[in-house]
Design a protein. Structure first.
Lengths: 394, 484, 296
């Protein structure tokens, strides 16, 4: 039942929150500020205020909503099953139609839909980086690639690897690692490449529903058939799996069912993985990207897939967000920094406990944001790829 | 955080902003709305100013500013209280302690820690992992609630059966008294010097001052833990088993009961393998050294058999233990799959009267045409009937409150007390005279007046005398004053 | 009216509403805190009123000898977490407020008192606390009363928490550091240290006690009789006085004579003064006695 308010939220979804507060510690922005208006419970209460009681959506209200990272840690924690993603996404869509996103964000997002321009830009940046002209931030890896990499791709192969936009341009070596592992396991892989481009995750995140839908339609049109689509970026995977809900068409639902996080797919096809050496693996700290743990719920698969090749060390923060949050780190740098501080402290404790010096993260956004703070971050598939004999020789 | 205008003509605001800073003093409509309530069903609270102090000195400055400008002050932690203890009445200064969340010192050899009040209960035990120690009080909200809130409410939890409630785990506490003076009550070691003012302060529900540093006792992790799930075809049989376990001279670490409706609600959420067709299940946790634990498992299996348990399952590994407990601790939230709102009552009765009183609760709820789920600390007779309703339904709140009141009356008549762990707050102060005579209440007022002669610290709470809070109501539309 | 209630009415009448007054128990710690200057002495009711093993509580007159109560409880396999000199009364031990040596197992003395039926300075009877083992209803007057030396109200009858008596008790002693002994045991009931030797009390299931004793034998600890401690008390200051025995973890030193009272910050003293004046504005309860003039 939708209530006739300015946000068009579901009355039942709002009423599902009993205000128990069990979500509070799982909300990164509440953790940093200690402020109810930066918490899921508070945001839901403010949504209800606007929707049901006609409270004004003033600056204070807008700030409460725009400071949500949308990590969905609250949804995992909520015993009442409040559909927070639905509530915040709808709210942000209404907000973005009233209040355009900042210009730099809009320009950045437009670039994501133009892979060739993006690749060119990244190579330019890579050159500037090597000249020492780019300050270190969480937006790019510390050392962007200059050239094309190996780019092994088999058109018509057994499976599709969704290569996306930023990751394809900035971190092609991760896609290479995935391809190496799959090929060694006897599967041919077709990269989706520049023709397919961006999945629209960041557009949806920023409340730009129209653009996200256009991206979804373009991606679906470029990838017909029934081959499984493997994704090695948790953020992209979560977005692709939600095309059904986004477009609401049977075709989109069917498409979403073809999408798998690469670890999820490999955990179900473990016979493709390389033979473990049998030696005790190096200690490695596992960081769960929110889009893997809370949005997709498949963070267990990372442990299953990497477990045989390393001694996995768990963090003690129950999957709290790292602060990257797509464009969040750019829009709310101070708050994001505070969130990252907590994650770094947790990583520090895990390092101290275990002697580990490396973190694995299945999402490029998290990886880059943590790396910008000086942490050595690798993709889980890179660890698996190292177990391949032909890689050892290199 | 929303920025306040640096210049303001309101002298209270000016004082608070100069003591803290503009970012940490909030008066917006949103902030006033969010801090007008806690996790209870009580609505209509009115906030004056919301402050986020970060030090003892800042807390004291907030208190002094409130006094100087004729305002009350109300301390607040995570706002997970269920009795309205942190609901503001007369536009007070809200002193929000969530930013004071540092663990200041852990002394493993002396088994104590100093923490700030905003430290989340479970965070302390997580922080201690690897030391072989933990913080024993474990209210169901422990993942969210703060230790300052635990001190204010003298919080309990399942494991308080063996280990005692919060007061037994607070050694000393630094308090900003209601006149702004800072004192340390209690000692790191040993019995109290002079009056046990620390003991008097704990459970004061924010009416005796504000805790700003807390010295807690740390408890050794038991070398062996066993979690048992007992399955019964009647609540009566489960209740008899509880009495039999205690009468046999065992004090389990925890002894919890959940009735069928609770089990049905939480099982899909946690997949703990609860028997959804059982009338009641008991969760029994035994801890200690291995031989004692093994012996108690044997005894409990035998007692369960004698009292008609259908099965006894001993959790085989840590994951299974955690799932069994997660179901118990998620119960209050999981009700949303049945109805969107709940009213959680909290009374204690003699444990030998469990079967009789629980049966009576089913009847009371039936009479009011409501739904009840029973999930409670059976081992110490601490009932938690959970009344489910949809506040959007006309007239439902009157029925909920009528049932709640009858449950309280039945509990007291059975030789019980009003609250085992949630406290009195606004919710139960009108019931205080059911349990206490005017002379009893006057003695309690004497304690309170010694701490707060002026009556500015959360004044409308706990005792039925004194400040009222007429505009506050429960969820739904009640006439003013009908609730408190 | 029950016999117990009649005793309380008589007690209330004895206390009255004027004139300096105090309750005399066994008199075993009569000197603690000084006073009472010229106060009329009354006695609290004697006898066990109700004992319910399945509830783990006992209601008893405050004038009952602690040894009499213990003797009755042990028949049911129960005990209370209190200890006092021979001849001490239940009320007297509560008012002095010293925890039992076995506090690591039985809890502090403040945890024992669930309900107290009192007579206030105005001669009016009131009840503090409640009858159940768990209770957070209203203010915790019971904890305030324990250790108050009868300066806030006079206690006539109490409900106490009982506990099961451990199946097995064993004292061990040996020349090992207390920390090492603590590390090698799980929740011992008492650990004592005389500067050279550490004594430890193990209580619980027989096989667990034996198993722990076996581990402690490796540290050189052997079975011994329960220790006899010097009569005085002091507070641990980091140094053990000659002949003193530290109760490890409790901050209490058992020594020949009572130590001096600890320094109390002014703010706490002022609060305590307000507390006493609030309960006894005319100063008729145990005049001259001061809970802050006590060693430990």
């Amino acid at each position: 039942m939708n209530v006739p308010g300015p946000l068009g939220l579901s009355g039942d979804s709002l009423a599902a929150c009993v205000q128990c507060g069990l979500c509070l510690p799982h909300c990164p922005t509440y953790r940093v500020t200690g402020d109810e208006s930066r918490s899921p419970r508070g945001r839901i209460s403010l949504m209800a205020a606007a929707e049901l009681d006609g409270a004004p959506m003033d600056d204070e209200w807008l700030e409460a909503m725009s400071t949500c990272v949308q990590c969905l840690g609250c949804e995992t924690a909520c015993p009442s099953g409040v559909p927070f993603e639905e509530l915040i996404t709808t709210t942000r869509e209404v907000m973005s139609s009233d209040r355009p996103a900042p210009l730099r964000l809009r320009l950045g997002l437009r670039l994501l839909g133009r892979p060739r321009l993006l690749h060119w830009g990244v190579r330019t940046l890579a050159v500037l980086q090597r000249l020492g002209l780019v300050p270190r931030s969480g937006l790019f890896p510390a050392r962007l690639p200059l050239g094309g990499g190996q780019r092994r791709s088999t058109p018509g192969g057994d499976v599709l690897l969704f290569t996306g936009c930023v990751m394809d341009a900035c971190q092609p070596e991760i896609h290479d690692a995935v391809v190496d592992v799959l090929v060694a396991g006897g599967r041919s892989v077709e990269r989706t490449g520049e023709a397919v481009g961006c999945c629209g995750a960041l557009h949806g995140h920023a409340g730009l529903r129209g653009e996200a839908m256009r991206r979804a339609e373009a991606v679906m049109a470029a990838l017909p058939g029934d081959r499984p689509i493997l994704v090695d970026s948790a953020g992209c995977g979560a977005a692709l799996k939600r095309y059904g809900g986004l477009l609401g068409t049977p075709a989109a639902v069917a498409f979403a069912e073809r999408v798998f996080d690469v670890h999820e797919w490999l955990a179900a096809n473990a016979e493709l993985l390389p033979e473990p050496s049998g030696l005790v693996g190096q200690p490695i700290v596992v960081q769960d990207p929110c889009h893997l743990r809370h949005a997709q719920g498949v963070h267990g698969a990372v442990r299953e897939v990497v477990g045989p090749y390393a001694t996995l060390v768990e963090l003690d923060d129950e999957g709290l967000c790292c602060g990257a949050g797509g464009a969040f780190q750019m829009l709310e740098p101070e708050l994001a920094g505070g969130v990252r501080e907590r994650k770094l402290a947790s990583i520090g404790r895990a390092f101290e406990r275990s002697g580990a010096r490396t973190v694995i993260s299945a999402n490029p956004g998290c990886a880059m944001y943590l790396a910008a703070a000086g942490v050595e971050v690798r993709h889980p598939m890179e660890i698996v790829a190292e177990a391949l004999e032909d890689r050892h020789g290199r | 955080m929303r920025r306040m205008s640096g210049r303001t003509r309101d002298p209270l605001l000016s004082a608070l902003i100069s003591a803290l800073d503009a970012q940490r003093v909030q008066t917006g409509d949103g902030a006033r709305r969010l801090y007008s309530r806690d996790a209870s069903v009580i609505r209509g609270g009115r906030v004056g100013v919301v402050c986020f102090p970060e030090t003892t000195e800042e807390v004291s400055a907030c208190v002094v500013a409130a006094l100087a400008h004729g305002r009350d002050f109300v301390a607040r932690g995570a706002g997970t209280g269920l009795a309205g203890g942190a609901v503001p009445c007369d536009e007070p200064v809200m002193v929000v302690l969530t930013r004071m969340d540092r663990i200041l010192e852990v002394d493993v050899s002396r088994r104590l820690a100093w923490v700030e009040p905003g430290v989340v209960n479970l965070d302390l035990s997580r922080h201690l992992s690897g030391t072989g120690l933990h913080f024993a009080p474990d209210p169901s909200s422990q993942q969210s609630c703060t230790i300052g809130g635990n001190v204010a409410n003298n919080s309990g939890g399942p494991h308080c059966l063996l280990y005692g409630v919060t007061s037994a785990h607070v050694l000393a506490v630094e308090v900003v008294l209601p006149d702004g003076e800072v004192v340390v009550l209690g000692e790191e070691e040993g019995d109290s010097v002079g009056y046990d003012l620390r003991g008097a302060f704990v459970g004061g529900e924010g009416t005796l001052g504000i805790a700003t540093r807390i010295c807690v006792r740390l408890t050794e992790d038991p070398p062996d833990v066993a979690t048992l799930l007992l399955d019964f075809m009647s609540v009566g049989a489960a209740a008899e088993t509880v009495s039999a376990i205690i009468a046999a001279g065992m004090i389990p670490a925890a002894l919890e009961m959940m009735d069928q409706r609770v089990v049905e609600a939480v099982e899909p959420f946690v997949n703990a393998g609860y028997p959804t067709d059982a009338a009641a299940v008991l969760i029994v946790e035994l801890d200690g050294q291995p031989s004692g634990v093994a012996d108690e498992i044997r005894q409990i299996k035998e007692l369960a058999r004698v009292h008609g348990a259908r099965s006894v399952r001993v959790a085989a590994e840590e994951g299974e233990r955690e799932r069994i407990w997660k179901g118990r601790k998620s119960a209050f939230g999981a009700i949303a799959v049945i109805k969107p709102d709940y009213y959680l009552n909290d009374t204690v009765i003699p444990r030998t009267k469990l079967a009789e009183v629980v049966q009576r609760i089913y009847e009371i709820v039936e009479e009011q045409d409501l739904i009840v789920m029973n999930v409670f600390h059976a081992g110490d007779g601490n009932l938690h009937p959970l009344l489910l309703f949809d506040a959007r339904e006309a007239g439902v709140m009157e029925r909920v409150l009528a049932a709640g009141e009858e449950i309280v009356r039945v509990s007291v008549a059975a030789g019980g007390v009003l609250s085992g762990e949630h406290g009195i707050g606004l919710e139960k102060k009108r019931f205080m005279s059911l349990q206490f005579s005017p002379a009893d209440l006057e003695a309690q007022q004497r304690l309170r007046s010694a701490f707060d002669p002026v009556g500015r610290a959360n004044p409308a709470k706990v005792l039925p005398t004194g400040a009222s809070c007429g505009h506050v109501t429960s969820l739904g539309r009640l006439p003013d004053g009908a609730w408190v | 009216m029950s016999a117990g209630d009649a005793c309380m009415v008589a007690f209330q009448s004895d206390v009255g509403d004027s004139g300096a007054v105090c309750v005399r128990g066994g008199g075993t710690r009569w000197e603690v805190g000084g006073g009472p200057d010229g106060a009329r002495e009354v006695s609290a009711p004697v006898g066990i009123v109700a004992l319910d093993p399945a509830e783990m509580t006992v209601m008893v007159g405050a004038g009952t000898a602690l040894s009499d109560l213990a003797g009755e409880l042990v028949i049911h396999g129960l005990e209370v977490g209190m200890k006092g000199p021979s001849g001490a009364t239940v009320g007297g031990v509560l008012m002095v407020g010293r925890s039992a040596m076995r506090r690591r197992r039985v809890g502090t003395i403040a945890d024992v008192l669930l309900q107290a039926d009192c007579v206030g300075a105005d001669g009016v009877a009131f009840t503090a606390g409640g009858p159940t083992v768990k209770n957070v209803t209203g203010y915790d007057l019971c904890r305030l009363l324990v250790g108050s030396l009868g300066t806030l109200a006079l206690v006539g009858r109490v409900i106490l928490r009982t506990r099961p008596v451990p199946a097995r008790s064993l004292w061990l002693v040996g020349e090992a550091e207390p920390e090492r002994v603590l590390d090698a045991t799980y929740r011992p009931s008492c650990v004592l240290w005389d500067g050279v030797r550490t004594s430890v009390l193990l209580e619980g299931h027989g096989e667990d006690v034996d198993e722990t004793a076996g581990r402690l034998a490796l540290l050189g600890l052997t079975a011994t009789e329960p220790p006899v401690l010097p009569p005085g008390r002091g507070r641990w200051t980091g140094r053990l006085p000659s002949g003193g025995v530290l109760e490890v973890g409790s901050g209490v030193v058992h020594q020949a004579d009572d130590g001096g009272p600890p320094t109390v910050p002014d703010g706490v003293r002022r609060l305590a003064g307000r507390m006493r004046a609030s309960f006894d504005p005319s100063g008729r309860l145990n005049p001259g006695r001061d809970p802050y003039r006590v060693a430990a």
